[in-house]
Write a new protein. Structure first.
Length: 376
């Protein structure tokens, strides 16, 4: 005998499930970050799967396997192939770096003479650089166990992310259908419309990220070309690709450009490699601040239809509170939350769930006159 639950009992079970979900989120909040990272990676890889499945008429599971295992093979094979090639270069860079540290320490040990008989003592700063060298030379083996512990923990999380990415890519259609069928049947069209609007926001955010990467790649390529840095195009494209990771990505790109300038110098500026490296650092700081303070908020604000000032404050706040992942995901999450809150407010106030845009009617076209037939 199939008997439906009473309405109060259903509400009670729903509240208990909600409380259990909140308790689980509080208890396992550290596990949410790998899940979010995996979902975002799957979201970035999904367009390639859609293209393969539609244009080449492949099954989605086949397209997922091609993209997923091809990406893993690329990320495993590329470092393994390039590491032996760059081993000598990395060793040379390390030697040059420590030599530069020693020279700078020797220069800072001597007081700097200023006009009118004043002098500036920078020996404490030189001692700090000496401590940095000793950290790499002598104290690194003592921290081996801590390094292994953090590395093993990171490896576990990486494995979790890798498995979750495949799960999201292969099962997302079934997961989406299950989520859209959770609400009662009369409200499913509204939930489907809500999902489409949130999906539009995330697609717009992805287009904004691609545009930002393109702009950063062009600007930094031009900057390094003007300064005469060897491999300017490769360094600029690398900086653009790494822009996907806020703050850390551009810093890595700038570090690569500074390493090249320190070893090779400029092709036309008649200054020492150290001065060229300092110029590269200043140019990077100027360009990255323009990008963070103006370009990124402007592009993301236009893409998700929010004020650029709100985007700027949200990114800074998320960076302070949640680090890199917060800065990366705060814009689409904030825009999605705005859509959900707007929907709930309209429902609570008794209005239609979605405010339809005024679409102007198509102008009526004049009827075509019948063509005259020449019977002669």
């Amino acid at each position: 005998m199939n008997q439906n639950w009473s309405l109060p009992f259903r509400y009670l079970i729903g509240l208990l499930l909600l409380a259990a979900l909140l308790a689980f989120l509080v208890y396992a909040h550290e596990a949410l970050e790998p899940v979010i990272i995996a979902a975002f990676i799957a979201y970035l890889a999904n367009p390639a799967i859609v293209i393969l499945s539609k244009k080449n008429r492949l099954k989605r599971r086949t397209a997922v396997n091609l993209v997923y295992f091809g990406a893993i093979a690329l990320f495993v094979a590329l470092p393994a192939t390039l590491a032996p090639l760059f081993a000598d270069e990395l060793s040379s860079i390390g030697q040059d770096f420590f030599s530069l540290l020693r020279q700078t320490q020797n220069q800072l040990a001597q007081p700097v003479l200023l006009p009118y008989g004043f002098s500036l003592d920078l020996s404490q700063l030189g001692s700090g650089l000496g401590w940095l060298q000793n950290l790499f030379d002598g104290h690194l083996p003592t921290n081996t166990f801590l390094l292994l512990e953090s590395t093993s923990r990171g490896a576990v999380w990486v494995l979790v992310i890798v498995v979750l990415v495949y799960l999201f890519l292969s099962e997302w259609q079934d997961m989406r259908g299950w989520l859209l069928e959770l609400p009662p049947e009369p409200f499913r069209p509204e939930v489907a419309e809500l999902y489409q609007r949130i999906r539009t926001v995330w697609l717009a955010y992805l287009r904004g990220q691609i545009l930002l990467m393109f702009i950063v790649a062009i600007v930094f390529s031009l900057a390094w070309t003007i300064l005469g840095i060897p491999g300017a195009l490769v360094l600029g494209v690398t900086a653009g690709l790494l822009t996907l990771v806020p703050d850390v990505g551009p810093l890595i790109g700038a570090g690569l450009a500074m390493a090249v300038s320190l070893l090779e110098g400029s092709s036309w500026i008649p200054l020492s490699n150290l001065w060229i490296t300092l110029i590269v650092l200043v140019v990077y700081l100027v360009l990255i601040n323009i990008k963070n303070l103006w370009v990124r908020p402007l592009i993301m604000g236009r893409m998700v239809n929010m004020h650029e000032g709100v985007i700027f404050v949200a990114i800074l706040t998320a960076t302070v509170l949640s680090g890199i992942m917060g800065a990366l995901l705060v814009v689409p999450l904030l825009a999605s939350a705005t859509i959900i809150i707007h929907y709930l407010l309209r429902r609570v106030t008794g209005k239609t769930p979605f405010q339809l845009k005024n679409i102007p009617p198509h102008p009526t076209r004049p009827a075509k006159r019948p063509r005259k037939i020449n019977r002669n």
